[in-house]
Design a protein around this ligand. Sequence first.
Ligand SMILES: Cc1cc2nc3c(=O)[nH]c(=O)nc-3n(C[C@H](O)[C@H](O)[C@H](O)COP(=O)(O)OP(=O)(O)OC[C@H]3O[C@@H](n4cnc5c(N)ncnc54)[C@H](O)[C@@H]3O)c2cc1C
Length: 397
Amino acid sequence: MLPALCDKNLCTGCGACANKCPRSAISLLPNREGFPEPVVNGQCRSCSLCTRACPVLFPPDHYRSEKPSGVFACWSLDETVRRESSSGGIFSVIAEHVLSQNGIVFGAAWDTHLCVRHIAADTVAGLASLRKSKYVQSSIGESYRQAEHFLKQHRPVMFAGTPCQIAGLYAFLGKQYDRLLTCDFICHGVPSPAVLEHFLSSRRQPVAAVVHRTKNSCREHWVTYFTEWTFAGGKRCIVDDSFIHGFLTDLFNRHCCMNCQYAEIRRMGDFTLGDFWGLGAKVPFSQPVQKGVSLVMVNSEKARPVFDAVKERIFYEERSLEEAIAGNQRLVSPSGEHPLRNTFFRDFAAGMPFEQLERKFLRKPWQERLSAALQIYLGMPRYAALRKLLAGLLKRR
Ligand SMILES: Cc1cc2nc3c(=O)[nH]c(=O)nc-3n(C[C@H](O)[C@H](O)[C@H](O)COP(=O)(O)OP(=O)(O)OC[C@H]3O[C@@H](n4cnc5c(N)ncnc54)[C@H](O)[C@@H]3O)c2cc1C
């Protein structure tokens, strides 16, 4: 008899079941929408270990924090780290602290086929590939097993990922480890890896590297969502990427993201990281923010001494939880459902070329396209100056 895994629509693809199976009888394979989903093979002996490790069937809610003990706007004082990170680079600062204690850090990195996978880093240089958000669901591989292995050797382990991946880790481990530090982030939802692959393979030249939300455009302006591609020949370009447009409008995010169980203040991770959107909108913030600001929530007793230990390497200012929520609704509610999501996946599964999918579902109004092109071409300060000038001229008329 096959094990009772959770409902496919609720499955987050965390991979706790596959990691738990002692006979490797569960593989995570792409479903019709291209998301990893557990499939049981003939090696299964119905031991039910997988069922008990499923965070959907047995939510590890006892690991959830209460209200955070502190909410901070921060960034790394290391300018290179800040520039190479999506927000303020606080992931790297915490990770370096864990490494300095002889620890191991797990996070998501691009592989050579432009798939995103969870891997481990045990050196500061190794953190470079973990830095920066990759806006696609990462494949967890055997990283829960590896993390358990290091924890059993009494090594400090930091595990960073989506809140559902952190829930998967806790459900897999089944017990608390003092040396485990978890770091989730505020999550908008995860797009389909197969859609990204289809998108990239339809580019005119082969893409060799992708940087989502590059800070190399717009004079390091943090708020934009432009992508930097490096082509096989080494040429680089910055684009207003329609894949990111699909991600932000929830067109091809995972089904369960629409009802995410983790989009709430009681967090899975010891730390929660995010972008401090809306910082200073109501209560003034004195510093310039254009290079990127992390929102850091200190959720647990384990996180507090770590945050205190890294304070000398960051700029930080305590802010209110209300301000964090006001700028980042994903802290309290899941992202919504795109009305054309099902139609998109029907066409995608039928093999519609990406150019056609783009035309049908992802076309932005010309004003938005023009504005993005000008931002990329002119850089943010000159673009802002141009807008001001045009607004002034229009007013005079
Ligand atoms: C799919 C996704 C959706 C997000 N949605 C929001 C949001 O709605 N609001 C918000 O404020 N922030 C969101 N973030 C988080 C944000 O983009 C930054 O990652 C976060 O602010 C940390 O930034 P940093 O500068 O400290 O470090 P960075 O170096 O930018 O952080 C990178 C960290 O994220 C992990 N990571 C990167 N990609 C993935 C992935 N695909 N799956 C799992 N882990 C990954 C890395 O392992 C590393 O730990 C999202 C991130 C992702 C990957």
